[in-house]
Design a binder for this molecule. Sequence first.
Ligand SMILES: Cc1cc2nc3c(=O)[nH]c(=O)nc-3n(C[C@H](O)[C@H](O)[C@H](O)COP(=O)(O)OP(=O)(O)OC[C@H]3O[C@@H](n4cnc5c(N)ncnc54)[C@H](O)[C@@H]3O)c2cc1C
Length: 393
Amino acid sequence: MKVVVAGASAAGLATVEALRRKGFDGELTLLGADARLPYDRPPLSKQVLSGAWAPERAQLRTAAVLSSLDVHLLLDDPAAGLHAGTRTVRTASGRELAADAVVVATGVRPRRFPGQDGLAGVHVLRTLEDALALRAGLRAAERLVVVGDGVLGAEIAATARSLGVDVTLAGPQKFPLESQFGPFVGGLLTALHTAHGVRLRLGTAVTGLDARHGRVTGVRLDGGEVLPADVVVVAIGSDPVTGWLDGSGLTCENGVVCDSRCRAAPGVYAAGDVARWHHEGLDALLRLENRTNATEQAMAVAGSILGEDRPYVPVPYFWTDQYDVKIQVHGVLHPAAEVSVVDGDPAAGRFVARYRRDGATVGVLGWNMPKQTRLRRPEVAETLTRVHCGGTV
Ligand SMILES: Cc1cc2nc3c(=O)[nH]c(=O)nc-3n(C[C@H](O)[C@H](O)[C@H](O)COP(=O)(O)OP(=O)(O)OC[C@H]3O[C@@H](n4cnc5c(N)ncnc54)[C@H](O)[C@@H]3O)c2cc1C
C-alpha cells in the first residue's frame, strides 16, 4: 500500500508518524512546498520573533528522526494537481505520484491587501522566512502598525512591545479577539495591551496602505486618518491552500470539505488547517486553525486510512501567549455566549471563565490557570461530543 501526503508541516508530519506508530509498513511519501525540514509555527510569533530562540529550534524533528520514519521526503516541490479518481498527485517539477491514499495537509496562507506585495516594510507572518524578515524589520523599526485585531495580530503586538518597538494595533472590532472571546475577555485584553504601551485603534476598518518611493509610510483608516508606520504587519486572516486542487473533483469551500472520517473522496483525506470536516457532535462543518488540531486530526486520518471507522469528534483546544499571560481555550467559544468566572479572579490576573449557550457549557477559557482550566474540559466534552446536539454551539 502507498500513501502520499501533500504538505510537510504539523499535520502532514503527524500523519506519517501516526501511520508508522499504528504499524503501517507500506510506502510513504511526504511532499513539501518548503525547502526546509518541517518546522513548527506557534514559536514564529513568540520565541523566534523575539529572538529568544534560534530559528533551528522551531524544527519539528531532527534529520535522524525523520529518516527513521522511512518516508520519501520530497521538499521544495509543491503538489500542483490531484486526480482524485486515480489518487495521483502531480507536482510542480512534473512528478506523478500514484497512491492508494492521498492526504491533503497544505494548510492556509495569509490574506493580503491589494497592492501590498513588493512594498518594502510590509509583512505577513506564516513561514520561518516571514518571521526572520519581520524580526529584521523590527530591529530597525520606529513605528510598527499591526493591522488585524485577532490572535496573530495581538501576539505580534505583544512580542514587538517586548522588543521596545512603538506599536499601534488597528482593526475593526471593539476589542482585540472580540469575535472569538467576546467582550468580557476582549476588555481584559484591551487593558493588558494598553498597560504594556500598545496604542489600540480599534472599531475602525483599515482601508489601505500609504507608501513613498516603494516603502510603506502609513496605514489608512476609514474616515481618512493615517497611522504613520515604517513597518506594517498585515494579520487579517488566512485562506486554505486549495488552488492546486482545482479540477480534482474535490469540494473546496473554505477548505477541503470532508465527511466525519476526514475523507474528501474515496481514498482522499484532509488534515489540519486546510480541512473542513463534519463534526458529528456539532452536526456542522468545522475548520480549525490550531496546532493541537493539526496533530489530532492527522491521527484520525491515519486511523481512517487503516480502516478504523471512527468519526473525528474532538474538543477543540488552542492557546495563545501574550506578554506574561497564557490563555488556554477548550471548546468552541461564541462571542454571544453567557460568560461567568468560575475560578480565580480577573483582578488577580488568574481566572477560568465558562462559556454557556442555551444552558450548555460550550467552552472554557483559562487566563494563567492551565490546570484548573483543563479540569473543566469534561464539561465541554459532554456538550461537544453529544451526537447531533442540534446546533446549540
Ligand atoms: C505565527 C503563528 C503562530 C501560531 N500560534 C499558535 C498558537 O499559539 N496556538 C495554536 O494552537 N496555534 C497556533 N498557530 C496555528 C498552528 O501553527 C497551525 O494550526 C498549524 O501550523 C497547522 O498545521 P498544518 O500542517 O495544517 O498547516 P501548515 O503549518 O500551514 O502547513 C502546511 C504545509 O503545507 C505546505 N504546502 C502548501 N502548499 C503546498 C503544496 N501545494 N504542496 C505541498 N506542500 C504545500 C506549506 O509550505 C506548509 O509547510 C500559529 C500559526 C502561526 C502562523
